[in-house]
Design a protein around this ligand. Structure first.
Ligand code: F6P
Length: 320
C-alpha cells in the first residue's frame, strides 16, 4: 500500500519552509505516495487538522515567506501523554510517517515519538538560528542574515550622519549565529552573543578612545539572548556620555521572500527526506554538509554551537 506522508512545520517559521513543503509533497507524489499537510505544527495533530495535498497545493509557493501549513509551539506535545496521544491520532488517520520542518525543540519532539513509540519521523532543518547538527546551514538562516544586513546598512547611514552609537538587536535566544554573521557582513564594531562572556568595560574604554581619535559612529550587534539592546544603550550612554540609540530588528528577520540559497537547501533536503522514506529509513535529520546531503540520527541533531563563532568574533575585532 502507498505510504501516507504527513508534513508539518513547527516552532518559529523561516523563509524557505514553503520550498521544503513543496519539495516533500511533489517528491512524495512522484514516488507514488500520498501527501498530507498537518496544520499548525504538532497542534494540528491534536486538532486532527489534516489536509490532503496534491501537485497544485504547492504551486506558486517556492518564493513565499512564512509557511502555508502555518506553525506553532505546542506545549501538549512536550509531555509523555501528549506524545502518546499524538501517535495514536496519526496511526488512526493512517499517516505512516511525519516530516517535521523545524528547529531544536521541534527535533526533540520528533525524536521523542520515534524513540518512545517507534513512530516514523524525518526532520528537516527549519530555523533561522542555524543551531542544528549535521548541516552547515538551516532553512531560513541565509535570508534572515540578509534581511538584517539590509537594515543595518540603512542604520549605518544615520549613525554616521548623526555621530551616534547604535545597538542593533538581532534574533537568537541561545544562538549567536545571526549576530556574528551580521556583525561581520555589516562591518560592525562589536558583537555580543549568548555563548561568550562580553567585556563591557573594554568596549566603553575603546569607544572613549575612538572618539578622541575622531571616530564618530559605532554599530554594536547583540543577539537577543545576550542582553536587551535598550539596557545596553543606556549603559553605554551612562559610561561614555555619548548619544546612543537602539533598534530591535525582531521578527522582520523571519519574514520575506527566501533567498536562492534557502530555497535550494529546502528543496534538496525535502527530496532527500522522501528518498529515506522510500527506503524505510526513519528517526533521521537531513541536512547539507559541505554541499552534500547528510543524514544524522535525530537525537544527535540538536544543540549545536556555530562552529565559527570565535573566528567571526575575532575578525570583527581585527577589522574595527
Ligand atoms: O527559533 C527561532 C526564533 O526566531 C529565535 O531566534 C527567537 O528567539 C524565537 O524564535 C522567537 O520566538 P517567537 O516568535 O515565539 O517569539
Amino acid at each position: 500500500m502507498a505510504k501516507k506522508v504527513g508534513i508539518l512545520c513547527s516552532g518559529g517559521d523561516g523563509p524557505g519552509m514553503n520550498a521544503a513543503i513543496r519539495s516533500v509533497v511533489r517528491c512524495s507524489l512522484a514516488a507514488g505516495m500520498e501527501a498530507v499537510g498537518i496544520m499548525r505544527g504538532y497542534q494540528g495533530i491534536f486538532d486532527e487538522d489534516f489536509i490532503s495535498m496534491n501537485h497544485r497545493s504547492v504551486s506558486g509557493i517556492i518564493d513565499r515567506g512564512g509557511t502555508i501549513l502555518k506553525t506553532a509551539r505546542c506545549k501538549e506535545f512536550t509531555t509523555d501523554e501528549g506524545q502518546k496521544k499524538a501517535v495514536e491520532i496519526l496511526r488512526k488517520h493512517g499517516i505512516d510517517v511525519v516530516v517535521v520542518i523545524g528547529g531544536d525543540g521541534s527535533y526533540r519532539g520528533a525524536n521523542a515519538i520515534w524513540q518512545k513509540f517507534q513512530y516514523p519521523v524525518i526532520g528537516l532543518p527549519g530555523t533561522i538560528d542555524n543551531d542544528l547538527n549535521g548541516t552547515d546551514q538551516t532553512i531560513g538562516c541565509y535570508t534572515a542574515v540578509h534581511t538584517a544586513l539590509e537594515a543595518i546598512d540603512k542604520i549605518r547611514d544615520t549613525a554616521h550622519s548623526m555621530e551616534r552609537i547604535f545597538i542593533v538587536e538581532v534574533m537568537g535566544n541561545k544562538s549567536g549565529y545571526i549576530a556574528v554573521e551580521v556583525a561581520l557582513g555589516a562591518g560592525a564594531e562589536e558583537v555580543i552573543v549568548p555563548e561568550r562572556k562580553f567585556d563591557y568595560e573594554r568596549m566603553n574604554q575603546e569607544i572613549r578612545e575612538g572618539r578622541q581619535k575622531g571616530k564618530v559612529s559605532w554599530i554594536v550587534v547583540v543577539a537577543e539572548g545576550a542582553g536587551k539592546a535598550a539596557d545596553i544603550a543606556t549603559a553605554i550612554t551612562t559610561m561614555t556620555g555619548f548619544e546612543t540609540r537602539y533598534v530591535v530588528l525582531g521578527h522582520v528577520q523571519r519574514g520575506g521572500c527566501p533567498l536562492g540559497q534557502d530555497r535550494i537547501l529546502a528543496t534538496r533536503v525535502g527530496a532527500a527526506a522522501v528518498d529515506l522514506i522510500a527506503q524505510g529509513i526513519y528517526g533521521k535529520a537531513v541536512g547539507v554538509l559541505q554541499n552534500k546531503i547528510n543524514v544524522v540520527d535525530l537525537k544527535d541533531a540538536t544543540q549545536k554551537e556555530f562552529d565559527h563563532i570565535d573566528e567571526y568574533m575575532s575578525l570583527v575585532r581585527r577589522l574595527t
